[in-house]
Write a protein that binds this ligand. Structure first.
Ligand code: SF4
Length: 904
């Protein structure tokens, strides 16, 4: 929907964010030069104008550098017709030779619902293969399965407002402050308004979310079922059960309680299993029992587990027993990682689902979808889930795959094996908006996809709210929407009539009609009310919750509060769950447990966030977080390099010593790829064990060992061009505004490193003027190449990191069109003039670094408000407020709260 122009050549579009499952509304303003700025949409009910650091930097990700702008076949540019003919032709050949199931699609929660719907329909309905799965399998499949077991439907009962209406919020396995920042900020704002609101954080790590915790329970990884079984017993024993609700509206409570009591009879047993203090557990149980308005928010720490589904049901059991579900301020609340994981669930884009909340479990659903789509070859049973899908490729069972908007060679566990499987696959098609990803390197065919700001369709957020994502500008080059490419392949395979969509509105209406088709209430997902909207009404569609049936005046916001569930008997089901440890435990050989997750300002494999320079200033390097006891035990020093090994793979990361980790555990971010690092692709090490019910991988518990890596030099390299650093032992890359920035280290002498980097610099920049400074005795070597009066390349080598300049100093000099004399001098000094930047950037929005904040605190700032007034830090998106509070606390107590020098 276009709003009024604000200035000549400008237009404002209401759209939604491309990242997490909060689903924030945006106002995107584009100008006649193609630049786009983004602010929060004050009218969108997910965020009411707020945006986090990632969302507010979306406009900075739209540059064309690195974009895939034309189709490619075997590495050569090709036209769409030739490429689509090739895709359709190869699929037909594979089907003729090996059968329908030899073709697979692997899709993504980054797709819009309309793309998702067409992919699902083409593969399951017309190609007739069973094997379509999505990267959302890695994000929330355990919640889907847990919901279906308890409610009979994959339905989130509550809405975001419940967070503001609750008296107790329990956050389980969720670093909400970094991964769903706007929900976190809504809680923070409510707590400031109503200080009696209590927050409990259940997470093995002390994260930024603990900033607002009244109680933090750092439980042993994977022990959540034990904790919630203990809670169930406690709730029953203290009379907190809602007997009326349980008797009238649920089933199987006795089995669930008996199992809980048999496994976790008392607090002491829970404490031993979970590695927690009995008093803390008792405090949590008492708080939960006494507080009717309780919301339990859970996320990847619950879902990404070999017991993920049981964890979800253990949480839901506690809410069913107390009748706290689907009413204002209460309920279990799964928050999804991706912007449209929910949309994928709605269209059925999981291998064990069919379409529109129908599954293969009953023949009536299969028959219904077959008739609706007029698809005689509809797959009649579920296919391989993500991890098994790539195993089937490796085994030669699947011969052709189309991967859309995702990077499985980085994001799946045992990622090296996934990459090898793709390399061996007969025919790999990759649709993406960027040219070079770890996955695209294995493609036979690359299809240029429209990206955020160019796509047109809908997404569904974690509270079941469907919002429009609207284009801000035309797609560049030959990039096209995924639904269009899918429909064109369908047409070439002989299915033109069933894929004759004129635009996303046609697809949305068909999707809505299917949701209502022969739906007598057995399927909660029903948006029949919008099944016949016009194109203009689709364009103007306001955010709305599902379900919204054709016979309802308005969408239904909360579900199950009236005790009516979607099971055959209408009762919610308790599920008896038995605690079990992660499948792979620590051993003498692999004594530490690796947990993986996200950084505040990065998203997935950085294909988009990595394009906004300011988002890489907070954490420019992936760090291995390790407790100080373990660091000492394994001879690791803060800031040095460590090799991390598991049974499945290895990585090399810089060490960050911290007391935020539980002893015996380490943490690493999952963002860096093979295109951005020498050995930072963390999921290469992660075990591929999956939950037996949901198929979701155990991304949070892999046994590893760690050891120091010899580095005789540390380096910082900045180059206007992206570099090929093959052969260097350690490097990680992030993108700056006009350059690439590389952290490097290696086992050679500093002099040998100098020789290699000097050769690289000469090969990269021709006809350049050399500036250099050498102090071999101190192990400090610095050089820069200037061509056309602009800085092209700079590198700094030192025996240890203290001899390197701050990254941001020389980076600022790449902005200058013509370097002045004093600026040239500043290059080798490793600083930009007029700046005294120290440490990492804490406030990405205003570029405020840690040094400036510490200085301001030392000179009298005592509150985040004062820091905001002095430095503007924390005054825009607010994502850095937990860190500002931590820095204020450090100053007040004189402690460093376990903070690592590697952040400094
Ligand atoms: Fe985007 Fe941030 Fe909102 Fe998530 S919380 S949708 S990343 S702006």
């Amino acid at each position: 929907m276009l709003l009024q122009p604000v200035a000549r050549g400008q237009q404002i579009v209401r759209t939604t964010c491309a990242y997490c499952g909060v689903g924030c509304g945006l106002l995107a303003t584009s100008d006649e030069h193609g630049s786009v700025t983004v602010v929060g949409d004050p009218q969108h009910p997910a965020n009411f104008g707020r945006l986090c650091s990632k969302g507010s930097a979306l406009g900075e990700t739209l540059g064309l550098d690195g974009r895939l702008l034309a189709p490619e076949i075997d590495g050569r540019p090709a036209g769409w017709d030739e490429t689509l003919d090739r895709v359709a032709g190869r699929f037909q050949e594979v089907i003729a030779a090996h059968g329908r199931d030899a073709v697979a699609f692997y899709v993504s929660g980054q797709l819009l619902t309309e793309d998702y719907y067409v992919a699902n329909k083409l593969l399951k309905g017309f190609i007739g293969s069973r094997h379509l799965d999505t990267n959302s399998r890695l994000c929330m499949a355990s919640s889907v399965t847990g919901h279906r077991r308890a409610f009979g439907s994959d339905t989130v009962p509550g809405v975001y407002e419940d967070l503001e209406q609750a008296d107790l919020i329990v956050l389980v396995g969720s670093n909400l402050a970094w991964c769903h920042p706007i929900l976190f900020q809504r809680i923070v704002a409510e707590r400031e308004r109503r200080p009696t609101l209590r927050v409990v954080v259940i997470d093995p790590r002390r994260t930024a979310t603990c900033d607002i915790a009244d109680l933090h329970l750092p439980l042993v990884a994977g022990s959540d079922v034990a904790l919630f079984n203990g809670l169930l017993v406690h709730l029953h024993d203290v009379g907190a059960a809602d007997r009326t609700f349980v008797n009238r509206h649920t089933s199987d409570v006795d089995q669930a309680l008996a199992t809980a009591r048999a496994t976790m009879p008392d607090v002491e047993t829970v404490a031993r299993f979970c590695g927690l203090a009995s008093a803390d557990i008792a405090a949590f149980f008492a708080l939960f029992a006494q507080t009717e308005k309780t919301v339990t928010v859970y996320s990847q720490g619950v879902n990404q587990s070999s017991a993920g589904t049981d964890k979800v049901n253990a949480i839901i059991n506690a809410h069913l027993l107390t009748g706290r579900i689907g009413r204002a301020g209460m309920g279990p609340f799964s928050v999804t990682g991706q912007p449209n994981a929910m949309g994928g669930r709605e269209v059925g884009a999981l291998a064990n689902q069919l379409a529109a909340h129908m599954t293969y479990d009953d023949t009536a659903s299969v028959d219904r979808v077959r008739r609706f789509w007029n698809a005689p070859h509809l797959a009649i049973s579920g296919g391989h889930k993500a991890v098994d899908l790539f195993r089937a490729i490796e085994a030669g069972e699947i011969k052709a795959i189309w991967i859309m908007a995702t990077n499985p060679a980085v994001s799946l566990p045992d990622a090296g094996r996934v990459a090898r499987a793709l390399e061996a696959c007969d025919f790999v098609v990759v649709s993406d908006f960027v040219r070079d990803t770890d996955t695209a390197r294995h493609a036979d065919v690359l299809l240029p996809a429209a990206g955020w700001g160019e796509k047109d369709g809908t997404v569904t957020n974690s509270e079941r709210r469907i919002s429009r994502q609207r284009p801000v500008r035309p797609a560049p080059g030959l990039a096209r929407p995924d639904w269009w490419a899918l429909s064109e392949v369908a047409r070439r395979m002989g299915f033109a009539e069933s894929f004759a969509y004129r635009g996303p509105g046609d697809i949305f209406r068909e999707h809505a009609r299917l949701s209502a088709f022969e739906n007598d209430g057995a399927r909660a997902f029903n948006i029949g009310a919008v099944a016949d909207i016009s194109d203009s009404a689709y364009d103007a569609l306001e955010p709305f919750h599902w379900p919204w049936r054709a016979d309802q005046d308005a969408p239904r916001r909360r579900l199950f509060g009236d005790g009516t569930f979607v099971t055959p008997d209408g009762r919610g089901r308790f599920v008896a769950v038995t605690p079990r440890a992660p499948r792979h435990a620590a051993t003498d050989e692999f004594p530490l447990i690796l947990n993986t997750g996200r950084y505040r300002d990065q998203w997935h494999t950085m294909t988009r966030t990595g394009r906004a320079a300011r988002l890489s200033t907070h954490r420019p390097e992936p760090l291995l977080a390790i407790h100080s006891h373990d660091a000492a035990r394994y001879d690791l020093v803060d800031g040095d390099l460590a090799r991390i090994e598991s049974r499945w793979g290895t990585a090399t990361l810089r060490v960050s010593v911290t007391t935020d980790q539980r002893p015996g555990t380490v943490f690493a971010p999952m963002h860096w790829t093979g295109t951005l690092s020498a050995a930072g692709r963390v999921n290469e090490m992660v075990n591929p064990q999956t939950d037996p019910h949901s198929g979701q991988p155990e991304l949070k518990a892999t046994p590893v060992r760690v050891s120091p890596v010899l580095a005789r030099w540390q380096g910082l390299v900045l180059s206007r061009q992206k570099l090929a650093l093959d052969g260097h032992a350690y490097w990680v890359a992030v993108r700056g505004a006009d350059h690439w920035c590389y952290e490097m280290a290696g086992p050679e002498t500093p002099h040998a490193a100098w020789e290699k980097l000097a050769a690289l610099a000469t090969a990269t920049v021709s006809s350049a003027e050399w500036l250099q400074y050498r102090d071999p005795a101190a192990g400090r070597l610095r050089a820069a190449l200037v061509a056309g009066e602009r800085l092209q390349f700079a590198f700094y080598i030192a025996a240890d990191a203290t001899g390197l300049p701050s990254r941001s100093g020389p980076a600022a000099l790449f902005d200058h069109q013509r370097l002045a004399v004093d600026q040239r001098r500043a290059i080798l000094a490793g600083r930009s003039l007029g700046q005294g930047i120290q440490g990492p950037v804490v406030c990405a929005c205003h570029g405020v670094d840690r040094g400036a904040i510490e200085l301001a605190i030392a000179s009298g700032c005592r509150t985040t408000r004062a820091l905001g007034e002095r430095l503007r830090a924390g005054t825009n998106c607010g994502s850095c407020l937990p860190e500002l509070r931590a820095l204020l606390a450090e100053q007040a107590t004189g402690s460093h709260h376990g903070k690592s020098k590697a952040f400094a």
